[in-house]
Design a protein around this ligand. Structure first.
Ligand code: AMP
Length: 432
């Protein structure tokens, strides 16, 4: 008996907390989210990106093949499940493979290229939760598919920079590198392998394994010793072919022209397997573990997924981290618009009429406060006061019968009776 009570208490505790690493977005946080989502939408759509929404669940194989079997995101952090029907599904751990799947499935390949898509939605990673690291978090992503020119890379980087600036973060910069094309890749791999083979004993156990399976992943290891070991690695950009080098140089030239701050980081490889040519991350200072976003080119991914050969480039920005940074820097949340008029209703007839009046105001885009559950004049005026409105409208039985309403100036306390049909116009005049 005692045991089961204890169990029940534990269950209640679990039921009454959001899952670890996941959080509610409460109404008090909403102004941040609205501001950021509005900015993302405005910027993306001005530059010709259309919004796409993909299911939260996808075939797990999409990410195993698209993101890469040996990446941490897939190997360690992906939430997977088997349905009763036997399907093997995953909560999307990132946006890009899902967007590529939709591009292939819906025949975007026969639309005029490039196809430019954006998303703003949650992704899921079963990582160890800590500050700035969650298990469900939102990403704003931009993807340009079907354009090989360096200007497409630049557009993605430039828009990420504009977005951060316009939400209020002006001190971010881009760490940038080129991983070359698939043909350069074996060269890069060889260089890294050779370099670390001589330092094998100093590597962490995970990286010793990576040396055999995927040596480039060593450059992504967060172990302090492994980070230090990177210092003498020859610059990878020296190992890419002439075409890739020239592509990268053009990207950098444009960035300079546009004044986008960047730092050449010759050991930046990103945590996902699919990148080719340009890769970048958005950092604040040298805080590598708290990047605000990251992206690059993935010219091979579509083909790898079974689609046509099409170059593509994109970015994903972490919204929670952006909001945390804005708070840290002392930015104030945007204030939600409050009603400046309040409707007080007295008696059954007035209550019935209230919705019609509220609709008249809504159609004219004037916010109207009310508390329809209250009956008493004093309680309703107190609410109006608390909201700090300029005017209250008082509707009693007599006013309903006469088709009038009382307009009360909350500052002076003066009241006058106005024909109901004229009240919206009257309020409009007085709110200026
Ligand atoms: P990634 O593609 O993994 O580099 O993720 C892109 C961006 O998403 C990162 O730069 C972060 O801003 C954000 N991000 C990645 N993982 C997490 C996480 N576990 N919690 C919160 N934000 C994250």
């Amino acid at each position: 008996m005692k045991g089961s009570k204890k169990e029940a208490k534990k269950d209640t505790k679990i039921i009454l907390s959001a899952p670890r690493g996941m959080h509610d977005i409460l109404p008090s946080e909403r102004p941040w989210w609205d501001k950021i989502e509005t900015k993302a939408k405005e910027l993306a759509e001005f530059y010709g990106f259309s919004r796409i929404e993909t299911p939260v669940l996808e075939s797990a194989h999409l990410f195993i093949r698209g993101t890469g079997e040996n990446t941490d995101v897939v190997k360690k952090e992906m939430y997977t499940l088997r349905t009763k029907g036997g399907d093997f599904l995953a909560l999307r751990p990132e946006g890009t493979p899902a967007v590529m799947r939709a591009y292939i499935e819906h025949g975007f390949v026969s639309a005029p290229q490039p196809v430019k898509l954006y998303y703003f939605y949650p992704v899921f990673r079963h990582d160890r939760p800590q500050a700035g690291r969650y298990r469900q978090f939102y990403q704003f992503g931009l993807e340009t598919i079907g354009e090989e020119q360096p200007i497409a890379d630049v557009e993605i980087i430039y828009l990420s920079w504009l977005f951060l600036n316009e939400v209020g973060l002006s001190n971010a910069h881009f760490e940038i590198n080129s991983l070359g094309c698939r043909r350069c890749r074996s060269n890069l791999r060889q260089t890294v392998k050779k370099y670390y083979e001589r330092r094998r004993n100093k590597l962490c156990p995970d990286c010793r394994r990576r040396l055999e399976t995927n040596p480039l992943r060593i450059l992504d290891c967060k172990n302090e010793n492994c980070i230090k070991l990177k210092e003498d690695l020859p610059p990878l950009i020296d190992k890419v072919c002439d075409d890739c080098r020239s592509h990268f140089e053009q990207v950098l030239e444009y960035l300079e022209e546009l004044g986008v701050p960047y730092n050449l980081n010759s050991t930046l490889v990103r945590g996902l397997d699919y990148y080719t040519r340009t890769v970048f991350e958005i950092w604040l200072g040298d805080n590598e573990s708290m990047a605000l976003g990251g992206g690059g080119r993935y010219d091979e991914m579509l083909q790898e997924l079974g689609g046509p050969k099409k170059p593509a480039v994109g970015v994903a920005l972490g919204i929670e981290r952006i909001i945390e940074e804005l708070k840290e820097e002392g930015h104030k949340p945007p204030t939600p618009s409050r009603p400046r008029v309040y409707l007080v209703q007295l008696g059954e007839m007035a209550k019935k009429k209230a919705f019609k009046i509220m609709e008249d105001f809504r159609k004219h885009n004037i916010k109207l406060g009310s508390s329809l559950g209250r009956d008493n004049l004093r309680a309703q005026l107190k609410n109006a006061d608390r909201l700090g409105v300029d005017f209250s409208l008082i509707l009693g039985q007599e006013e309903v019968l006469n088709e009038t309403i009382i307009l009360r100036d909350m500052r002076s306390g003066l009241q006058e009776t106005i024909p109901l049909g004229k009240i919206v116009e009257e309020i409009k005049k007085r709110l200026h």
